[in-house]
Design a binder for this molecule. Structure first.
Ligand code: TYD
Ligand code: MG
Length: 463
């Protein structure tokens, strides 16, 4: 019997196995294995994809010759601006020619819109751009284009899903920037599995990697996120591309946050804030103001904090509602931050402050829709819980940041000076922060700094 040329792949993370498994050893997902043709080694397997990687001078007989670090010149290191400051910021100051960029997000969040806007800006700036759609017809793209405004120069479009044909077109047209919307619709004829399957997506990405590096085309790949929060099929994609950007935000609210999860050319966790309007995505230049929009004055349980996302400080409002429970089991929820972290902070309050929370429901929310994982908001979470539980009303000009440890101690946070500058810019007058962070900190005029060492001192400062 001929040996079968198939393997089993995890739909969630792309883990490959010779046999079917109930649970994926890679990502622990259950029942996620599907049978698919094994990775082809012939045409654009990961080995050959490395051909053409940024210009090693070839040595004798095709063997690459190592070079000296000092002899590399960076003069050709050019960045192409997308025409949107927020987008440039997430990319690390613009598009790097020949880079492969994944733009992920839920369906309907605005991936096609932002990329079409980018294409328009680039075309207007005289760049050669090709927008390839496998999802929409030319008419649909035209309709969207009419919504987002005027195209001063023409934009090249292609509706195609066959990779072989796309490759030929890209070789002929040689654009500087290409958009592939979306990677899950692309297929190679010589692989007999459906578009969007692990092997198709992986092979497609490999091909685009080869094209990007070989022809020096910056390629944007659109990837849809499945319910589980990974790009359908393949986290395989994430490690192959240079930059991974994800769109966050509630699709029913108007703000959209573009976050860099991985970036070989800039800092990660950088965010860009946009607002979805009638005529496309508009940049939000001052996200702090935007996040604090509609903040209640004189309400208990609402505390403002400052988080640093990438290199940018952003103010967020932390809301807590602590109410007596009606059932034996208190309910706890956390939106926009880690649920387990909130539980841990509540345990710290019970143990270190003697604040009884066992008979209380607690609901916590980061208003504005940003999801924050930085521990620097711990102190504000704790302050919001205390404020709601004890009905302390924090002052309007108060801001709180710091990390809370298990002994109730307040630990230092990174970049306190950057945070203080942002706080002062938005007119806050009082700042509770870790005492250790006070060292060498210059307070801008009109702002009072209160250093605290533990949760008991925070309690006193709030009273
Ligand atoms: P889209 O870019 O098609 O999402 P994705 O490609 O990520 O699936 O975004 C579509 C949504 O955005 C849709 O709900 C309509 C809305 N939208 C606007 O509100 N204003 C606009 O100008 C455009 C083009 C879309
Ligand atoms: Mg789309």
């Amino acid at each position: 019997m001929a040996k079968k040329d198939t393997s089993f792949f995890c739909k969630e993370c792309g883990y490959e196995s010779g046999r079917w498994l109930g649970q994926c050893p890679g990502c622990k997902a259950w029942n996620s294995f599907v049978e698919a043709p094994a990775a082809s080694k012939s045409k654009s397997g990961s080995g050959t994809a490395r051909v053409g990687f940024s210009g090693n001078p070839a040595g004798f007989g095709g063997i690459p010759a190592p070079v000296n670090l000092n002899s590399i010149s960076l003069e050709s290191e050019e960045r192409i601006s997308t025409g949107m400051k927020e987008f440039d910021r997430v990319l690390g100051d613009g598009i790097v020619p020949g880079s492969l960029i994944l733009v992920g997000g839920d369906p309907g969040i605005g991936k096609s819109t932002i990329l079409l806007q980018t294409c328009r800006n680039l075309a207007d700036a005289g760049r050669k751009v090709l927008y390839i759609s496998g999802e929409e017809s030319l008419k649909q793209i035209k309709l969207r284009a009419m919504r987002i405004g005027e195209f001063k120069r023409d934009l090249r479009l292609l509706c195609e899903t066959s990779l072989d044909r796309i490759e030929t077109v890209l070789e002929q047209e040689k654009p500087e920037i290409a958009v592939i919307d979306s990677i899950q619709t692309m297929y190679r004829e010589d692989i007999d599995s459906a578009p969007g399957s692990v092997s198709q997506v992986r092979e497609s990405t490999n091909l685009f990697l080869k094209i990007a590096k070989g022809l020096g085309i910056a390629v944007f790949l659109v990837g849809h996120v499945t319910k589980e929060g990974t790009v359908a099929g393949p986290r395989v994609l994430e490690h192959m591309v240079d930059t991974v950007l994800y769109f966050e935000g509630d699709r029913y609210a108007s703000y959209r946050i573009l976050r860099s999860v991985k970036n070989r050319f800039g800092s990660t966790n950088e965010i860009g804030v946009f607002e979805m309007k009638e005529n496309g995505l508009a940049e939000v230049a001052n996200p702090s103001e935007y996040m604090l929009n509609g903040r209640p004055k004189g309400a208990s349980g609402s505390v403002v904090s400052c988080t640093v996302e990438g290199t940018r400080p952003i103010l967020v409002e932390i809301q807590a509602l602590v109410a007596r429970t009606n059932f034996g089991m208190p309910r706890r929820t956390a939106a926009g931050t880690d649920y387990n972290r909130v539980n841990l902070l509540m345990a710290v309050l019970e143990k270190r402050l003697g604040l009884s929370l066992a008979d209380y429901d607690a609901y916590l929310n980061v208003a504005g829709g940003l999801s924050v994982s930085e521990p620097a908001i711990d102190l504000a979470i704790v302050a919001a819980l205390i404020s709601s539980r004890c009905d302390f009303i924090p002052g309007d000009g108060l801001i709180v940041f710091g990390e809370v440890g298990l002994s109730g101690e307040i630990r230092a946070v990174s970049q306190p000076q950057t945070r203080i500058a942002e706080v002062a810019k938005l007119g806050f007058t009082e700042c509770i922060l870790p005492k250790v962070s006070l060292d060498g900190l210059r307070a801008p005029g009109g702002i009072r700094l209160i250093g605290v060492e533990n949760v008991a001192e925070l309690f006193q400062a709030l009273k």
